[in-house]
Ligand binder design. Structure first.
Ligand code: MG
Length: 388
């Protein structure tokens, strides 16, 4: 594509037409096309050279909630080392895997990437324990869920543009995130089904955390390679690595197994999706909506993944070191919530202004959910110093 100037687009084949022509060549008939987008809540003129989903991706990448993911816990807190994933690096790994799946299936990579980058921006500090605390604190006003919070951020809480609240994303990105927020159980079949790009991000999220939580746990020392051998999915990846390489040291072997684990899962999802698309003769987005979820692991892999996840739950997520860190984090967040709900005048102006419409509990919840782990712990320290 050439860009001689950023002047007004020429609808008869100029800059705007470039991305539509590109999508026409690269995308399968069942992919979501930018040209078919149902648009944004606050209508905007087309961009001279970026597709609608490209703009969504860029808006998410540049927003404050996205940057703060760098100091938010995925599973392990910052005091447990600097090797393991943060919420930001997890998000980037999900985006990479989602783009791989999207490209291989000729789906819309820009849409998949936008969805992946947004998928965890609603997470509060301290990972799922922070979420459980906020859900409890906000139980009388509808509770707290990180997927619903991502929608609040995208639709209301980000204030980057003078023309509208939130990021004014396309209906397709918001719908994908709404699907995540409304998904009651992983096995439930929503009707109509979400776009394939949404399905690709769900699959990529699961592939990423299964592999990297095992990797991080080994690095931190919560697990050993010997213990993981009882998990069939790990054992199979380990066997494949042994067939390929002789004489790897333990660290090299671990990294090779993690790589194999991701590769095996992505390949399985692509095979299963390719079969389902052919068997169900899916040839349009309308067909996608009517069909069950097709971008998902095979039944065999799903069973093996469940085995690994059960193992990680028992040995990692419930590990005494992890639980001890969580207890400190939960105490901090509860104390901050009680302090600000009692005295909402102390909230920063942006959240104080929301008290009238949303009530003090939700306004405080929004403020706390936006904090990084570090900021929340520092705030709690300051609060205690003032009270002593
Ligand atoms: Mg995630």
């Amino acid at each position: 594509m050439t860009r001689s100037s950023a002047s007004a687009p020429d609808p008869a084949g100029g800059l705007t037409a470039d991305w539509t022509a590109r999508e026409a060549v690269l995308l399968a008939p069942y992919a979501a096309r930018g040209a078919d987008s149902t648009g944004r809540r606050y209508p905007e003129p087309p961009h001279p050279y970026r597709s609608p989903y490209q703009r969504d991706r860029d808006r998410i990448l540049h927003c404050a909630a996205f940057r703060r993911l760098s100091h938010k816990t995925q599973v392990f807190t910052g005091e447990m080392g600097d090797y393991h994933r943060t919420r930001l690096t997890h998000t980037l790994e999900v985006a990479q895997i989602a783009r791989t799946i999207a490209r291989a299936l000729q789906l819309n990579e820009d849409l998949a990437e936008a969805l992946a980058l947004a998928h965890d921006i609603g997470h509060p500090p301290f990972g799922h324990s922070g979420e459980a605390v906020l859900d409890d604190c906000l139980r009388d006003v509808g509770g707290f869920n990180h997927n619903a919070q991502a929608l609040r951020i995208c639709e209301q809480l980000e204030t980057r543009y003078p023309e509208f609240p939130g990021l004014n994303l396309t209906a397709e990105v918001l719908e994908g995130q709404r699907h995540r927020a409304e998904k009651k159980q992983p096995a439930a079949e929503p009707s109509p089904s979400p776009l394939l790009e949404v399905q690709a991000v769900d699959a990529a999220d699961s592939i990423a955390y299964d592999a990297h939580d095992a990797d991080d746990s080994l690095e931190i020392g919560l697990l050993t390679l010997e213990a993981l051998v009882e998990v069939p999915l790990w054992q199979e990846a380990s066997r494949r690595v042994a067939e390929q390489y002789a004489d790897l040291d333990e660290a090299q072997r671990r990294r090779a197994i993690v790589h194999e684990l991701i590769d095996r899962q992505v390949s399985d999802v692509l095979d299963a999706a390719g079969r389902a698309l052919a068997e169900r003769q899916i040839a349009s987005v309308a067909d996608v909506r009517r069909a069950p979820i097709v971008v998902r692991p095979s039944a065999d892999l799903a069973q093996h993944k469940a085995g690994l996840e059960a193992f990680l739950f028992q040995h990692v997520y419930r590990h005494p070191d992890v639980l001890a860190k969580r207890a400190v984090a939960e105490q901090s967040l509860r104390a901050l919530f009680a302090f600000y709900v009692h005295d909402p005048e102390r909230l920063p102006a942006k959240f104080r202004q929301r008290v009238a419409a949303d009530g003090p509990a939700r306004a405080v919840g929004d403020y706390l959910a936006g904090m990084t782990d570090r900021f929340a712990l520092d705030e709690h320290q300051r609060l205690r110093a003032r009270q002593n």
